[in-house]
Structure formats: structure tokens, C-alpha cells
Design a protein. Structure first.
Length: 172
């Protein structure tokens, strides 16, 4: 599959139904559940419609979304990263999640920075947000290392817990 983005070590590509096993593993990672939430995806049969509605339909509707991240020369996904326009935020935001064995190696920062550049250079975005839980210090470090700065703490619509909102670009 043709990559959407490439960096020195990574390529980001569209997800498809063949990524169902990876999505099951990622969405059931304790870090995902703790910081993002339980999506109830337990099997490949659960994952395929989740991929269709939460990932591939978003590509068609928005022209961007969360992409599979893999290393050059390795077809195995190691995480997801991309841009999304949520109803609960006033601007597009960048999001990411990586499997535990690929954390702490700079992959998240590299992918986030590529998505920020893509948002600016290809999509014409002048401001991009990111959200994370106050307890996710590793994510906060990635966002700050990617040039984003903490802008706000708030409870997003439909949520019960407080969220940190980071910003990049105009007025960030």
C-alpha cells in the first residue's frame, strides 16, 4: 500500500481490514485502555467494522485520519498516528498510540512531527491541537518535544474526566 507520509524511519499508511489483529492488540493494550478508553474491540471480527467506521470512512469523509505507522522495510504496524477533526474540539488534532515495545524510541515524536507538517503543508492547517490525559506524562513529553505547548485543561463534551489540550501553529 502506498504510504501517505514518510519520515526517516517510518511510513504512515491507510489502515484496512487486514490490520484487524493489530487493532485488537493496540486497543486492548493496558496503556490504551487507561489513557484513551476501552473500545470493546476484542476480536478480529470486532475490529473489522471498527476499522471501517472509525478509520477508513474518516479518510473518505475528511481526507485524512489516523494512519498505520510502520518502520521502513517492515510491514508490521507499530502504532497509529494521524489527524482527526473531532466534534468536541474547535480545530483538527493530532493523535497517536504505539504498542509498548515501540515506545521510548522516538517513533511517536517522529510520526507526530510528520503529521503536523502534513497538516500545515498539505492540508493548509494553521493550528493543530492534541489531547491527552493529565496522567499520561509520556504523551505530554512527546507533544512538547514535537513543538506543541499546553494550552488548556478542560472536560470535553461527553467526557467525565479532565483532558489536557495542547496547541501547535497560529497563536500556539
Amino acid at each position: 500500500m502506498t504510504p501517505v507520509l514518510q519520515t526517516e524511519r517510518l511510513q504512515l499508511r491507510h489502515f484496512d481490514a487486514n490490520d484487524a489483529d493489530f487493532i485488537v492488540a493496540l486497543l486492548n493494550d493496558p496503556g490504551w485502555i487507561q489513557h484513551i478508553g476501552d473500545r470493546g474491540v476484542r476480536t478480529a471480527d470486532d475490529a473489522r467494522p471498527w476499522i471501517a467506521t472509525r478509520l477508513t470512512e474518516v479518510y473518505e469523509r475528511q481526507g485524512f485520519g489516523f494512519w498505520a505507522v510502520q518502520r521502513h522495510g517492515d510491514a508490521e504496524p507499530i502504532g497509529l498516528c494521524g489527524l482527526i477533526k473531532r466534534d468536541t474540539l474547535e480545530h483538527v488534532d493530532v493523535g497517536y498510540a504505539f504498542m509498548p515495545r515501540f515506545r521510548g524510541q522516538g517513533y511517536a515524536r517522529e510520526a507526530v512531527q510528520a503529521c503536523l507538517r502534513h497538516g500545515r503543508d498539505v492540508l493548509g492547517l494553521t493550528r493543530i491541537l492534541a489531547i491527552t490525559s493529565p496522567a499520561n506524562e509520556a504523551s505530554q513529553r512527546v507533544l512538547e518535544a514535537s513543538g506543541m505547548r499546553l494550552e488548556d485543561r478542560r472536560v470535553l463534551a461527553g467526557e467525565e474526566r479532565e483532558t489536557l489540550v495542547y496547541a501547535w501553529g497560529a497563536n500556539a
